[in-house]
Design a binder for this molecule. Structure first.
Ligand code: ITT
Length: 203
């Protein structure tokens, strides 16, 4: 990618927490970060895939075909060892279709009420895709290891952040704040890798 050029990239997400983090990770890169708010309409996307890869590629491709811009999408989730890797790709809808973050958190804590501290290991995983209008795409992934807390703490972030304590930290993702989160998160790692892979003119 030519650094002396200003490029427009569409962010293929309807999740405000995710968009805030992606915008912040992409700041200072000569990129105009477009979202669904910059367009009159936006495609509805059904996340029907059984893997992060499938879902991320589907979102990026549909939105790139619609916006005609290089488009960044990601699919992510929380994998809890005690729950056999759940909620995983179902993270956004774990407590049911249209469930809130709080409902999803309550479901996790309820299912884990008998789980001891050592067994509370988990990780956030993210697969990011940058899809170009010519059909070429780049994919990368990132993960962030940690443990599930016994109750929610903190106001920052979104999703399961109030119950996820990243490895090496004593506070939850929702307590450490966006700046610190963007240094260690699955999303930041995946997006930084994409930028290392993409070494072409995407305008
Ligand atoms: P888009 O598809 O529109 O981007 P979404 O929320 O449906 O939004 P996903 O299908 O990728 O996105 O679901 C990701 C879910 O995983 C998200 O809704 C959270 O519940 C959880 N999650 C992912 N990353 C997270 C993070 O950094 N902090 C907390 N929870 C996270």
């Amino acid at each position: 990618m030519k650094r002396d050029k200003y490029i427009e990239i569409a962010i293929a997400s309807r999740n405000k927490g995710k968009i805030r983090e992606i915008k912040s990770i992409l700041s200072g890169k000569n990129i105009k970060r477009l979202t669904y708010l910059d367009f009159k309409s936006w495609p509805e996307i059904e996340e029907s895939g059984s893997s992060y890869e499938e879902n991320a590629l589907k979102k990026a491709k549909i939105v790139a075909n619609f916006t005609k811009k290089p488009t960044l999408a990601e699919d992510s989730g929380l994998e809890i060892d005690y729950l056999g890797g759940d909620p995983g790709v179902k993270s956004a809808r774990y407590a049911g279709e249209n469930s809130t973050d709080l409902e999803n958190i309550k479901k996790v804590l309820n299912l884990m009420k008998n789980c001891p501290f050592e067994g509370r290991t988990a990780r956030f995983r993210c697969v990011a895709v940058l899809y170009l209008p010519n059909g070429k795409f780049f994919m990368s992934q990132g993960k962030c290891e940690g443990k599930i807390d016994y109750s929610p703490h903190g106001e920052s972030g979104f999703g399961y952040d109030p119950i996820f304590v990243p490895e090496g930290h004593s506070y939850t993702m929702a307590q450490i704040g966006i700046e610190e989160k963007n240094k260690i998160s699955h999303r930041a790692k995946a997006l930084k890798k994409i930028w290392r892979i993409v070494n072409i003119d995407i305008s």
